[in-house]
Each structure stands twice: as C-alpha cells, then as structure tokens.
Design a protein around this ligand. Sequence first.
Ligand SMILES: *Cc1c(COP(=O)(O)O)cnc(C)c1O
Length: 395
Amino acid sequence: MAITPLMPVYPRCGFRPVRGEGAYLVSDDGRRALDFASGIAVNLLGHGHPHLTKAIQDQAATLMHVSNLYGSPQGEAFAQRLVDNTFADTVFFTNSGAEAVECAIKTARVYHQSAGSDRFEIITFKQAFHGRTMATISASNQEKMHKGFLPLLEGFRYVEFDDLEGARAAITDKTAAFLVEPVQGEGGVRPASDAFLKGLRALADEHGILLILDEVQCGVARTGKLYAYEHYGITPDIVASAKGIGGGFPMGACLATETAARGMVVGTHGSTYGGNPLAMAAGQAVFDVILAEGFLENVTALGEKLTQALQQFIGNYPELFVKVRGKGLMLGLVMTHETRAFVAHLRDNHGLLTVAAGENTLRILPPLTIEQSHIDEFIEKLSAGAASYEMPAAA
Ligand SMILES: *Cc1c(COP(=O)(O)O)cnc(C)c1O
C-alpha cells in the first residue's frame, strides 16, 4: 500500500507541532518556532489563550451539540452580538469558510429567484480564493484547483481584481452578485483600492445586484477593524466570515442584511453542526477579547510598527524583496522570486513560521495578541534568514 492513511492532498513539511504557547509552536522533536502564520489567520489569540480555552472547556462540559431543530440561546446571543457590531441584520453559522461562502452564494441567488427573477450569475475576481467545495472552486479562476474536478458549477464570470471597468463590462441581465475579497489573501495579500470597492457598491446599487464580501481571511480584527469593509466606508449586503472567528475552533458565519436574506426562509438551508453551543462559546470568547477597549487600535498600531520595521529591513536586501503591502496584521512581503523555498528556509533553519501566497508573496499573519518583543524577534529571525539564504537559480 503506497497511499498514506492521511489522504495525501497536502505537501506537508517535517515540522510537526504538538503544543502551542502564545505566539510559539513546539514540534514533536522539540523545536520551538515563532508562529507568524497563525494556522493561516486562524489563531487570532495565539495558542492556549486562557479566556478562549476556559470558555471551550466549560461549554464542552455543559453542552456541546444540539440539533438546529431546537431553540438556541447560544446561537441567538452570538448572532445578536454580530448584528450589534456590523452591517448585518441576520447570521447563519457554518463550520468553515467555504461553507460561509456557499451560504453567501445561495443567499444571493435566492434573493433574486424568490422574487421571480432568473438572475444567477456571480462576478468574481482573478486570483481569488473562496474555498475548496465545488461552488467555491468554480468561483475562482485558478485552474490548478479545477484540474480533474470538471465540470464546474455554472454561473461564475471572472474579472481582473481591482478593475472596476472590467466589472462593469461583465454585468448582464443575469448578474446576481459581485463576490470579492476586500484584501485578497491566497492571491498575494492584495488590498482592493478604495475606488474599486466603492465603485462595486455603486454598480451593485445601480443594477439591482448584491455585493458579497469574502472576509474569511481579512475579517475579524485582522486588519485593525472588526471587518475590513469598514476601511472602505461601504456597506456590503452579505459577508462570509470564518478563520479567526473561532480563534482556532472550526466555525464560520454568513452575515446578511434583512433585504439580502429575504429568500432564506424555513427549509432553504441548513447545517447539522452549524452554530452549536461549543462553537458559539468559542466565538463569544474571541469577541470578548477583540471588542475590549483598545484592542483594535492596538492591532493597527502593531501593524504600523511591523510594516515600518519591514520597510526598513528590506532596504538591506533589494535582491530579495520588493515591497510590503497589506492592512493591520495581514501583511505581505513581495519577493523578487518564488517564495516557497524562503518560507521553508525560515521555518527549518531559523524557527520562524510564515506562509507563501500567490507567486511571490510571503504572508505575515501573527496572532493579534503579539507584543513589541515578538516583532523584534521576528525581524531578527527574518534578517538572519535573509543573510543566510541562497537564492535558487532563476527558473
Ligand atoms: C481560507 C479561505 C476560505 C475557505 O475557508 P475554509 O475554512 O478552508 O473552507 C475562503 N475564502 C477565503 C478568502 C479564505 O482565505
């Protein structure tokens, strides 16, 4: 038998974490690494945060799961908190990001179709990542995710990211919604321009179509705002949220206005696990921390410090680094060449965890609870990594 018991769909590296301590991960062979990847923007509060851990422990001992056929005081309370703090009037809880995006797509289609319209098409943007289900791979133009899984789901049109004229030109009488990441994550940490998101909002209003934001990666305090749309002065119709929302507990949410959710009536959608009491306890604990006074401001301040430190540092290595981009603590270091070998070098030789994104971007996604000392340590490790790095020969 050649296949591994764990289905071999990931190129797993030799670093095998068995314990987490704040901003550090410890591997089964005793190596300790500074975690500036956070499980890809998931562990917002780092590892083993006492408030989150205790909330999960207490809830696990009290009530873990009940069917969505019963009333949910836990779900109502967390949904109310999201409604109170965002544009949304209503929330559907999921177990992952892809499911949150799926719910967003269904919400947009049924918004039109429940009113007798046959609009179904969703305009999405190149290099987007929306998840790995059939609908969410169909929503991305990235052929490497499609190969072998055809046919795709119908009804998606891809336009260049940040190209408002392209988006306008793609609208037809079948268009139901735009679906866009305010800051593309997997695509290379690319923030949308102000003009682009404001322009999409205006186009949506003009044509009676919905604006869906995929904030699975950039949402939940990562950029220094609770949700990234707040940077742009716009109000979305639907937002998909996940990753950081449970601080490491698997959960997601689809947030919508009352109008956008008009078709989501009894019997149209569901999830066995979605919104279970354990997930709600995790979400509440994360929100207790990130909504505390000064937390978001601190993320912004840390993001500025980290950006400045990076900008200073890359001046020493023009042959390796091009620029820094991103918002808050969602940063991308654009490199002159393919990034994966450098990510591996930092991990294996310097005890520093980062993530590659796009072709040539190093993603920096620390826990939002880091302190100045972690930024200093990060820059030290990155400097040592850059100094000892042998650039692979150009392909
Ligand atoms: C990670 C991600 C998803 C998918 O989330 P899963 O929990 O892996 O299903 C969707 N959209 C964006 C922007 C993401 O970063």
